[in-house]
Design a protein. Structure first.
Length: 290
């Protein structure tokens, strides 16, 4: 835009942009301290099989307790990437999460783990080796781990990303497209990408039963996933009506505050224990199917 305005002009940053840059810098150095002082934690959000309420897995979600204030991941993941801290932080999250889930599995609980990765994490020099090392060190079998990436990661400048993710997939690791339907992944790509799971973005699920188009689109994604042999997970289930419609659509899996919130590892264990319904690993859902 500065160019369009012609020669002789200098692009000037607005004061709020400057403040923003300063804030990001400050956040960057604070993140370094936070990592050293162990202010980060991993929470786990259960994912269930909608037909049976069985907990098939958990999604690891990083938490930053800055002082005693939680900082949302959306606020610190960008700065963490810019300051190069996302690589050690992501590695820490992966190890913590693998260790926890490997422990559950050793207790003969058949449960999987999903971990989120950004494009920059995947582009890191030793990405493939570091994931393989985490599996090796914690004893989690590769087939119990799913990497969640957003559509952009697979489409924009995707050559190297896809190749790296394919190498992990060859080891048995699964791949999920997160926030499906909001990015650039055209349907044509879907058949060619090394993908196992699509996670329907909450913006579709939010409209279930309230918005005809969003309901139709959700139904179409569920069917598309099924026809392509992919596992579909609906994200952001908050209302019983959404759960009911997803079950009626035969959506295989779901996740959301109505099912269970993200929580500390110990709470996942007690939730599952106190909700035993004859079969281990089930949690009680509203509108339990007959
Ligand atoms: P995501 O991977 O799509 O994770 C789902 C987000 O939706 C989580 O937010 C979760 O707390 C929230 N959520 C789950 N169920 C519901 C619901 O029913 N309603 C609503 N309103 N929200 C729900 P969170 O933990 O704030 O994470 C936000 C994003 O930050 C994640 O989106 C993911 O992209 C990123 N993120 C979180 N942890 C990590 C991590 O360890 N590594 C990386 N690279 N990214 C992470
Ligand atoms: Mg995710
Ligand atoms: Mg998501
Ligand atoms: Mg998201």
């Amino acid at each position: 835009r500065a160019k369009e305005l012609g020669g002789g002009r200098v692009e000037v940053f607005a004061p709020h942009m400057h403040a923003d840059a300063v804030r990001r810098l400050e956040l960057g150095s604070d993140l370094q301290r936070a990592l050293a002082e162990e202010e980060f934690a991993v929470e786990f959000q259960p994912v269930v099989e909608l037909g049976t309420s069985r907990v098939t897995g958990v999604e690891a979600l990083v938490r930053w307790w800055r002082g005693s204030e939680p900082v949302p991941p959306e606020e610190f993941i960008g700065p963490a990437e810019e300051s190069g801290l996302m690589i050690p932080l992501g590695d820490w999250v992966l190890h913590e999460a693998c260790r926890e889930v490997a422990r559950w599995r050793a207790d003969s609980w058949d449960i999987g783990l999903s971990v989120n990765f950004t494009a920059r994490q995947i582009a890191a020099p030793r990405f493939v080796e570091s994931v393989a090392a985490a599996l090796e060190e914690t004893g989690l079998p590769p087939s119990a781990l799913t990497l969640e990436v957003r559509e952009e990661v697979l489409v924009e400048d995707a050559g190297q990303n896809v190749e790296r993710l394919s190498r992990l997939r060859d080891l048995g690791v699964r791949l999920a497209i997160d926030d499906f339907g909001t990015g650039y992944a055209s349907l044509a790509y879907l058949g060619q990408l090394p993908v196992d799971i699509i996670k329907i973005d909450p913006s579709f699920v939010a409209g279930l039963g309230r918005d005809e188009t969003l309901t139709l689109l959700t139904r179409t994604i569920v069917r598309l996933g099924r026809d392509l042999g992919l596992t579909v997970v609906a994200e952001g289930i908050e209302r019983p009506e959404q759960l009911e419609l997803l079950r009626e659509m035969d959506c295989p899996r779901g996740q959301g505050f109505l099912v269970a919130r993200p929580m500390a590892a110990g709470r996942v264990e007690s939730l599952v224990r106190t909700n035993l319904r004859g079969t281990p690993g089930r949690i009680e859902l509203p509108l339990e199917g007959s």
